[in-house]
Structures are given as structure tokens and as C-alpha cells.
Design a protein around this ligand. Structure first.
Ligand code: ATP
Ligand code: ZN
Length: 214
């Protein structure tokens, strides 16, 4: 019987890639040459690494194609898949926020009534609106959400923000925070005993890395 390996899904390229690979390295897990690969593995820890788009990671982990994954809470909650958060990782910090044109008056969420909202997060945006009893029109766009008001595609946006400089450059101001987010380690809900044991080892190392940074 072949030895069990823990399969982890991480972002292929983008804001989480470097920190994800670095975390594994800090855990003492060496990966074979990772450039331009779909997957790789380690020779000193029973780990296989899949490189994927972050949006696909919750689904792959729910389906058990990967046992665990590293993804932003923003994506995790938007996709609304059945997985479990194992550990918060402390990087990829950002927030999902509503922003309106800077000149526009804004007193409360009621100001959003009847507006067109551009977002890549329709599920979380809808939830926020219905929690606040506001009716607005959601326009789902996959990227460059912040330019939507400037080109007349929407009145306001619901987008990820870290420093706020992108919003500022596009003449927008942040008025509501919908979600504070960071990257998390998630796991499939039906891991077998051997997989659980490997995950325990990995989490133990991650916690040691986090402690050393405090
Ligand atoms: P992919 O090609 O994997 O779909 P992407 O373009 O959707 O990549 P990135 O822009 O690389 O995603 O962002 C990945 C994650 O990084 C976000 O989902 C979020 O959790 C986090 N993040 C942190 N700060 C920001 C920010 N200012 N803007 C966008 N994402 C951020
Ligand atoms: Zn993405």
C-alpha cells in the first residue's frame, strides 16, 4: 500500500501565493521546484501541493480533490462550501467594503436603496443588503470593480480593500465594512484517520511558526 499524502491546494499566482509557499517553507517543508507547475510534492513531508485559482479552492476541498487548502475568508464565505476552518494564517488581510463616489452624501445603508452595486462578491453583498433591509441591484463583474462607477456601469461598489489607495485613486470612499478577512487553512469534512494525523502534524508546525512570530 502506498503511503498516505496530505494534498493541499494553494493559489497558483497572486496575492496569496508567496505567503502560502513561504509558510510551508517555514514549517520545514521543502517543495520540489515549483515554477509553472500544476502540482508538486515534498521529499521531507508527505505533502502534495496543487496550484489553483483561489476561487476554485473551496470547491476542491469540499469535494475532497484536495484534503486541505489555503484561501481568503472572503472567497471561502462567498463560495459558501462545506469545509471547516482549521487555522487562521494571519496573511492576506483585507476587508470587503462598500464604497461610493467621494462627492456623494452617505448617512446610512438606506442610501444604497435602489442603487446599482458592482461587485465580484454577489453572495456576500446580497446577504449584507438583505440583513439591512435594503433593495439594490447587483451587477456581478469579475475584475476591476473599482472603475465601474467612473464608467457609468454602477453607482457604488462592493470590493476588497487593503490600504484603500485603489478606491481613492478612483474617486471612491469607503462607507461600510461587510467582512474583515485573512487567509485560513481549511479542511475537507471527511478526512480519514491517516489524513487527520498528517493534518495534525502540519497544524502543529504552523502554530509553532505563528508563535515564533509573536
Ligand atoms: P486568482 O487568479 O487566483 O483567481 P485573484 O485575482 O482572484 O486570483 P488576488 O488578487 O491574487 O486574487 O487575491 C487573492 C486574495 O488575496 C483575495 O481573495 C484576498 O483574500 C487577498 N487580498 C488581500 N488584500 C487584497 C486586496 N487589496 N485586494 C484583493 N485581494 C486581497
Ligand atoms: Zn480569484
Amino acid at each position: 500500500m502506498s503511503q498516505t499524502k496530505l494534498r493541499i491546494a494553494i493559489q497558483k499566482s497572486g496575492r496569496l501565493y508567496e505567503d502560502s509557499v513561504k509558510l510551508l517553507a517555514e514549517c520545514g517543508i521543502d517543495l520540489r521546484n515549483v515554477k509553472d507547475r500544476l502540482k508538486t510534492e515534498s521529499d521531507n513531508f508527505p505533502l502534495e501541493v496543487f496550484f489553483l485559482r483561489d476561487d476554485d479552492i473551496p470547491q476542491y476541498v469540499e469535494d475532497g480533490v484536495a484534503d486541505v487548502g489555503i484561501v481568503g475568508e472572503n472567497v471561502l464565505y462567498e463560495k459558501n462550501k462545506q469545509t471547516t476552518i482549521v487555522e487562521q494564517l494571519g496573511f492576506g488581510k483585507c476587508r470587503l467594503a462598500i464604497a461610493v463616489p467621494r462627492g456623494q452624501e452617505y448617512e446610512s445603508v438606506k442610501a444604497l436603496e435602489g442603487k446599482r452595486i458592482a461587485t465580484s462578491y454577489p453572495f456576500l453583498t446580497k446577504q449584507f443588503l438583505s440583513d439591512n433591509n435594503v433593495n439594490a441591484e447587483i451587477h456581478e463583474i469579475s475584475g476591476s470593480v473599482e472603475i465601474a462607477p467612473g464608467i457609468g456601469l454602477a453607482d457604488v461598489v462592493c470590493d476588497l480593500v487593503s490600504s484603500g489607495s485603489t478606491l481613492f485613486m478612483n474617486g471612491l470612499k469607503e462607507v461600510e465594512t461587510i467582512l474583515q478577512s485573512q487567509s485560513v487553512l481549511i479542511k475537507n469534512n471527511k478526512l480519514n484517520e491517516a489524513q487527520q494525523q498528517l493534518l495534525k502534524k502540519l497544524v502543529f508546525r504552523i502554530q509553532a511558526v505563528k508563535k515564533a512570530k509573536r
